[in-house]
Design a protein around this ligand. Sequence first.
Ligand code: ZN
Length: 583
Amino acid sequence: MAIADDDIERIRSTVSIVDVIGQHVQLKRTGRNWVGLCPFHAERTPSFNVREETGRYKCFGCDKSGDVFTFVQEIEHTDFVGSVEYLANRAGIQLTYTSSGQSKERARRKKLVEAMEQAVDWYHHRLLEAPDARPARDYLRSRGLSGEIARQFKLGWAPDDWDVLSKQSGIAADLLRENGLAFQNRRNRMQDSFRARVLFPIFTENGEAVAIGGRILPGSDDPAKYKNSSETPIYKKSKTLYGLNWAKGDIVNANQAIVCEGYTDVIGFHQAGLPRAVATCGTAFTEEHVRLLKRYASRVVLAFDADAAGQGAAERFYEWEEQYQVEVSVAAFPGGKDPGELAQTDPEGLAKAIEDAKPFLGFRLDRVLDRQTPQSPEAVARLGEAAMTVINEHPNVNIRKLYAGQVAAQVGLPVADLVAMAERGTRRPQLNVRRPKQRGERRQNAEFVAIALLVQTWDSIAPWLSEALFADDVYARAFAAVAGSGGDLAAAIEAADADARDVLERAAVVDLDVDPEAEARNLIGAAVRRELASAGPSADPDRIRDDAEARVRMEQLNADGLGLDAAGWLLGWLEGRWEERGA
Ligand SMILES: [Zn+2]
């Protein structure tokens, strides 16, 4: 143990576990507990409980439990000593160390952070007070960044001189070097890394200064507009988001983080009353960034040119959505302006753009569909194919089908054709309306899988199946035979006709590696789409209302939580239609 026991007890009695967890999880008082969405597993209904009196938390979903120290270890990915230091820092408690190798490393880190903070202060005062910083102050003012903003974000000015920080700041040379603030030049003298730049200090989410980003003034002949600290023992670009220290409170409250590209964009969002923006520091938006943000919110809005990120990025975003249960959406800004500009000229437009952010797939689809109004049938087909290429980047077949339905309606192509393309999920989808038979086979396959599930694991799918779901006669008869025998395969085969018997015999032995619930939802979705597409116009107000509701429920079919409700409702609706036709 490297920290005195007394200190640990002092922290335990001083720190509120509800406060600490409340920084990461939105908690609501329920009886004697505080309850929220578990940060350790994906869930939509809260099962994470915290109790102040006992200083303990427990999740009834994934069974994680512990005290304030284990919570910090899990959420900050640190060890016990790290959690003690984190909490001591928050509570303003001075720790007493007993010696160990690890604490030496920590002590070094502490020194580096202190040196960086000293440099940030030095540059900051230079900006506020020095006569040579006047052009920098003028430039900032012209961009709408007042003295108040400069103080809030600790902006700085690196003078147009080659060693003034090294000479005047009083920071030891080895600390300057290790922090990337200065280097040893060819004449063996210390030279500053930043020169004639406005500085934006970069902090960790806990407010420790770890790096600096610098921008030239307009008219400078320096070809590098932005320059960032290099990576150091205390600064990893892929794990750092500029502004998170100021933004995290609002990110938790809004359950939304805005990710932009530049320091001035982050500041602009603050000025426009959206203090939940962060920026990557001269790198792409990475998986580490997503993990960092996921601690605070489950919705991420990209406020940069997501189109430029292209297809590779799209695939990563979809993967992250799945893996981290975050929703990634994209904001489009009027007139191609960046958020920093818009904050000055049209703050309401900026807020509106965030409010109107679209799911990533929807955003990309709009770009394809908005480009043109096709005139010829060939152009319509090409547009459909281009749209399906974008849709098929998405890994979830149900989501692809939903969007395929929308595109069909928008460009005027048969729903069934586009849905079949979405089912296949190929990269270069081609419309070929002359191959209805093949589409039929694909549809039958999904129906066959459902029958096989029913034969092999009755309980997994039985509640979600109905004869109304089967478009193919033979499968419908096979289903009726199994359903009629209550799952007794031998009795079903006995009762079935020759074709249906063949289906059942194959279904009994096929290898399945599918999610029954997803299969059922697929089948229900496909049947509803068929029904809606084939039904002619009706003047009956009840029917019109029912169809409208079916369309709404279709939208909900793939949303967890609502999905099963929607599936149940749609199944009932289909059965109603099916019986109507039979009668
Ligand atoms: Zn949990």
